[in-house]
Design a protein around this ligand. Structure first.
Ligand SMILES: Cc1cc2nc3c(=O)[nH]c(=O)nc-3n(C[C@H](O)[C@H](O)[C@H](O)COP(=O)(O)OP(=O)(O)OC[C@H]3O[C@@H](n4cnc5c(N)ncnc54)[C@H](O)[C@@H]3O)c2cc1C
Length: 437
């Protein structure tokens, strides 16, 4: 172990991106402070700052790999707290593009854990690092800059308790991980920097989720059933066994076709999915709570990677950079990859290379999500002959996956961010996808 050679990093936001950033920074800094407005208590309860945590959070296979690299033994720890695990295609019923994929081995691991439990286990690991301190119940209100504004040298925070005074937290590096609502563009402007260009894709997603206890054997040997919204059928949903023997059911609709939160409406919506299993399984399942809703109007990408004037000593990652359509389950994996990339790129507080790398990582996920979103004719965005051709090819591949688990495997390896999208164009995959059936 090399001694930490810099004094202090301050991470703004203590959710997944912030915790993972803290884990990486602890290798290099004597002290890492993580600030959040929520209490950040040890339990696995949903928090106000992460309302999305009540809904199904699939962890992509690549995300699990990165988490395991950052916290060796994490998978086993999650399994020990009751998270079911199994092969992603072998024990999952998936329906993409209206095609139910044939099950078979994929070599990819599905780890079925609720978001609050995943976050609490990661938080426990991070808190155990001697360098890290979590400071909850504090609002970040701004940055502190050097006299010439060329460098960020700390953050300003105010405790949430009545009468709290502003605290100044000096730092060698500040990392913004405050999520989609990040105020960094405004803070940059107040220091005389231009805010990033912002890209948006209106997708009008609505979620509703509810916990159930399933009848024994209701899912057979399987763990998950997922039915993705498709053009012409904007309703989707999924259910997953999670820890404590519970099952989390999330229904979703795009383009404003949102699942209702009254129990009868929730059940009716489930009946409209391409995969009939969800409704069938719910018919004799015992609901454990009332459905809760979440609205997600648009995906947003802040192009910090394109900014030429940016202060030293400042990095930004996670949803604060790019908030991805949640249907594709990419957000935590992208945050994990971006946090892991802090390591080689923060030398001397210069964060330009890290911004570029974050732009690259989030750009790959953004392009995949956009390609899928643009298959809905109602979604606004530029379509080129190449994207149309690719869309047709992916639909063909999904149809082939009904019969050929190798095509399902190739598709899931890409959507799980294990393989790059171009892997779908390998001759071995193309020949199978184009084989007439
Ligand atoms: C409905 C829904 C479903 C999703 N499903 C999936 C999925 O299946 N798989 C997946 O990988 N991802 C999913 N995501 C995305 C995932 O939740 C995020 O990508 C992930 O949480 C990483 O986000 P983050 O840590 O950058 O920000 P967030 O999780 O939004 O956390 C931001 C943190 O910053 C704190 N904060 C914000 N402002 C301040 C402030 N001024 N002062 C102090 N603290 C502050 C908040 O309290 C919060 O803790 C989903 C998202 C949504 C909305």
């Amino acid at each position: 172990m090399t001694p930490n050679h810099r004094d202090r990093a301050v991470v703004l936001g203590g959710s997944i991106a912030g915790l993972l950033a803290a884990r990486v920074l602890a290798d290099d800094f004597a002290e890492v402070l993580v600030i959040d407005r929520d209490p950040l208590s040890p339990g696995a309860a949903p928090r106000r700052g992460t309302p999305q945590a009540r809904h199904l959070h699939g962890l992509l296979a690549r995300g699990l790999e990165v988490l395991e690299e950052l916290f060796p033994g994490l998978t086993a720890e999650l399994v020990a707290v009751g998270a079911p695990t199994g092969d992603m295609l072998g024990r999952t019923r998936v329906c993409f593009g209206g095609h139910r994929f044939r099950q078979g081995p994929s070599g990819l691991t599905a780890l079925c854990v609720s978001r609050p439990t995943l976050e609490s286990v990661v938080r426990r690991r991070v808190v155990a690092l001697p360098e890290v301190r979590l400071l909850g119940e504090r609002d970040v209100v701004g940055l502190i800059a050097s006299r010439d504004h060329r460098r960020v040298v700390g953050a300003r925070v105010i405790g949430r308790a009545d009468g709290s005074a502003e605290e100044q937290l000096p730092a060698d590096v500040v990392v913004d991980a405050t999520g989609r609502g990040s105020r960094l563009p405004i803070w940059l402007e107040s220091l005389g920097y231009a805010p990033p260009q912002q890209e948006r894709v209106g997708i009008g997603v609505g979620y509703a989720s509810r916990h159930y206890r399933l009848r024994p054997e209701a899912l057979g040997n399987d763990l998950v059933a997922i039915s993705a919204p498709t053009p012409g059928r904007p309703r989707g949903g999924g259910l997953s066994l999670i820890e404590d023997g519970r099952c989390l059911v999330t229904l979703m609709g795009v383009l404003g076709d949102h699942p209702p939160t009254d129990p009868a409406g929730f059940a009716r919506f489930a009946a409209d999915l391409a995969l009939p299993d969800v409704q069938r399984i719910l018919r004799d399942a015992e609901p454990l709570d009332e459905p809760v809703a979440h609205r997600y109007p648009s995906s947003v990408r802040n192009r910090y990677d394109q900014i030429t004037r940016f202060p030293d000593g400042l990095a930004v990652l996670g949803d604060a950079v790019c908030s991805l359509n949640p249907i594709y389950g990419q957000g935590m994996t992208v945050a994990a990859l971006e946090a892991a990339a802090l390591d080689p790129h923060l030398a001397h507080g210069r964060t330009r290379e890290h911004r570029r790398e974050v732009g690259r990582i989030s750009g790959v996920a953004w392009a995949m999500a956009l390609g899928a979103d643009l298959s809905f004719p109602e979604v606004e965005g530029a379509r080129t002959p190449a994207t149309r051709l690719l869309g047709r090819y992916v639909r063909r591949l999904q149809a082939g996956a009904e019969h050929d688990p190798r095509l399902g495997r190739a598709f899931l390896r890409v959507t799980s961010m294990v393989d790059p999208p171009v892997a779908l164009l390998r001759p071995s995959v193309m020949v199978r996808a184009m084989t007439p059936r």
